[in-house]
Design a binder for this molecule. Structure first.
Ligand code: DLL
Length: 436
């Protein structure tokens, strides 16, 4: 096997790719119109029918789909195939309210694994490699996505899932893993643990890592590359679109190629919805043109990004996306878990029967996210059963853990000590410097 998983597609001439996308888009729009009443209604509202969509130049006529639509239609409202033809579900890491549940037919799984096999091949993976997958297995798409891709690429696959770091490292050495797949923060942690255990990169056979699912910086890339003695590559994706592998980095390590034969990317102004010209910074919107069970038409990812069609040194012609530069909504990703400030507000509301003033501080120490919630004291927070401040902090901390799914440090502060803003309240102070 050569440098590409599917050279014909990955290096396809632009005009040919546009023709392929147009043909698939027309078919996909007909598919959702015929099979998903929710899409049909949305299209009718916008005054568009499948006859209006003749190719990718008509994409802008279609309505957007947002996370709110997914919640409204939970769980089966956007299903475009009978359940009897679906073979898998996955779900987002959101821990409260309605999760997003995505459905897959066997063809959908094949397409997804194919995208991941392209990513593995792009970092030099072949059937001679041992690929250790330490993304979480289960509803999260990271584990099973890269697992399937690794199988397809013919690598010897180690389905480790995350956690048990010393055991991970033992396996890595005993079985001579050459490719590591996990989140960048976990990769950094593995690097630190290896050094703590008294080993050096020379004790490992690792050559490459495929890291994604959360934002990470160029500095972090350098640090991981040094501590593990590897090349570190980025990978992007989201559950709604299948999972990892929507876009992947090549040997040039300067942006991720989008698998355009399956996903059409647009950049829009997040406030007006207007499609922006190539090279502009804006919200990334995807249309899946091959997914059968759970098609996404003009799905707003909320990720802020730039696309580039500059010629890439690797020979691929697939458009490249820069590292996402943040999100247009307020979702935070802390230690890999999606956290919405609104969830925190809900917990605090329950404690005090009023909305207290609070501020979230997210930082990064030793490659791990720190998460502090400062809460101003209010009278309503005390009752007969809760007497001391420490007790109250402990109680809020427990409630937060059960709602958010991760631990936050609670700091109760004096009334009026959190600065007020004249515009929108500044609820989040994120000092992780994830935006280069
Ligand atoms: O995180 C899928 C994935 C698994 C991607 C493994 C890469 C590797 P979700 O849990 O649905 O899916 O979260 C999707 O994560 O909208 C981005 O905001 C963020 N994200 C994913 N990859 C990257 C990345 C998986 N490489 C959300 N850089 C997306 C920055 C990323 N953010």
């Amino acid at each position: 096997m050569g440098k590409y998983w599917n050279e014909e597609i990955e290096c396809m001439d632009r005009e040919q790719m546009k023709a392929l996308q147009s043909e698939r888009l027309v078919k996909q729009v007909r598919h959702v119109w015929d099979n998903v009443p929710y899409y049909r209604e949305k299209m009718k509202e916008k005054g568009v029918t499948p006859d209006d969509i003749k190719g990718i130049e008509d994409l802008h006529k279609l309505p957007f789909l947002s996370k709110a639509d997914l919640r409204d239609s939970y769980p089966y409202g956007l299903l475009a195939k009978p359940l009897s033809e679906c073979v898998r579900i996955h779900s987002t890491s959101g821990t409260t309210g309605k999760r997003v549940v995505a459905f897959y037919t066997q063809n959908d799984v094949d397409m997804w694994e194919d995208c991941c096999a392209r990513a593995i091949t792009a970092v030099g993976g072949t059937k001679e490699d041992v690929c250790q997958v330490c993304y979480g297995y289960g509803l999260f798409t990271g584990g099973l996505g890269l697992h399937g891709g690794s199988h397809k690429a013919g690598c010897l696959t180690l389905p480790m899932s995350s956690g048990s770091t010393e055991r991970q490292i033992q396996f890595m050495m005993d079985l001579q893993s050459t490719i590591l797949c996990c989140t960048p923060s976990y990769a950094a942690y593995i690097g630190e643990t290896i050094h703590k255990m008294g080993y050096t990169p020379d004790d490992l056979k690792l050559k490459a890592g495929i890291f994604g699912a959360e934002p990470w910086t160029e500095e972090m890339r350098k640090q991981i590359e040094e501590s593990l003695g590897i090349k570190a590559y980025d990978i992007y994706g989201l559950t709604e679109l299948s999972g990892p592998g929507v876009a992947f980095e090549c040997e040039c390590q300067n942006g991720m190629h989008i698998n355009e034969d399956n996903f059409i990317a647009e950049i829009i102004d997040p406030d007006t919805g207007e499609v922006l010209p190539e090279g502009s910074k804006g919200e990334l919107v995807f249309t899946s043109i091959t997914k059968e069970a759970f098609p996404m038409i003009r799905y707003r990812t909320r990720d802020i990004c730039v696309l580039s069609r500059e010629k890439c040194g690797c020979g691929r012609t697939l458009v490249k996306m820069a590292k996402p530069m943040g999100r247009s909504d307020d979702m935070l990703i802390i230690r890999g878990v999606n956290v919405f400030p609104s969830q925190i507000e809900t917990v605090l509301m329950k404690m005090s029967n009023a909305s207290p003033n609070y501020q979230i501080e997210v930082g990064r120490e030793n490659n791990t996210d720190t998460f502090v919630i400062k809460v101003e004291l209010t009278d309503g927070m005390f009752n007969d059963t809760i007497r001391s401040i420490e007790e109250l902090e402990r109680k809020i901390s427990q409630d937060m853990l059960s709602v958010l799914g991760i631990k936050a440090k609670i700091k109760l502060v004096e009334p009026n000590s959190i600065p007020r803003s004249e515009g929108k309240a500044v609820r989040v102070i994120d000092t992780r410097k994830l935006i280069d």
